[in-house]
Design a protein around this ligand. Structure first.
Ligand code: SF4
Length: 88
C-alpha cells in the first residue's frame, strides 16, 4: 500500500456526528483515553475517496489513513473504509 499523502483532509466538528461502528470504537479503547475518544466521536472528515462525510474515528481506522497532524488527515487515497462502517 502507498504511504504517500494523496489528499490532505480537514477534520471538523460535525453538527450531526456520524455513527461509529462498535468494532471501530472497541479497537480504539486499547490506544486512546475515553475522553479523547468521546471528543473525536464528534468529528468528521469529508472523505475524497467515498465522497461523503465520514466519522473521524472511521477515517482513523481506515486502511488509507496515514497520520493526523492537528486538524488535518494525510490520506493515501487508496482504499476507503469498509462500506459496513459507513452505515448510519
Ligand atoms: S483515510 Fe480513508 S476515510 Fe480518511 S479520508 Fe482517506 S480514504 Fe477517506
Amino acid at each position: 500500500m502507498s504511504t504517500e499523502t494523496k489528499f490532505k483532509v480537514k477534520v471538523y466538528p460535525s453538527p450531526k456526528p456520524k455513527r461509529v461502528p462498535k468494532v471501530v470504537s472497541e479497537e480504539l479503547k486499547h490506544g486512546a483515553s475515553p475522553k479523547a475518544i468521546s471528543r473525536m466521536k464528534k468529528e468528521s472528515v469529508d472523505c475524497p475517496v467515498v465522497k461523503k462525510e465520514v466519522a473521524f474515528l472511521v477515517c482513523f481506522a481506515c486502511p488509507s489513513f496515514l497520520r493526523r497532524v492537528t486538524g488535518v488527515v494525510d490520506c493515501a487515497g487508496g482504499q476507503g473504509p469498509p462500506a459496513d462502517w459507513l452505515k448510519g
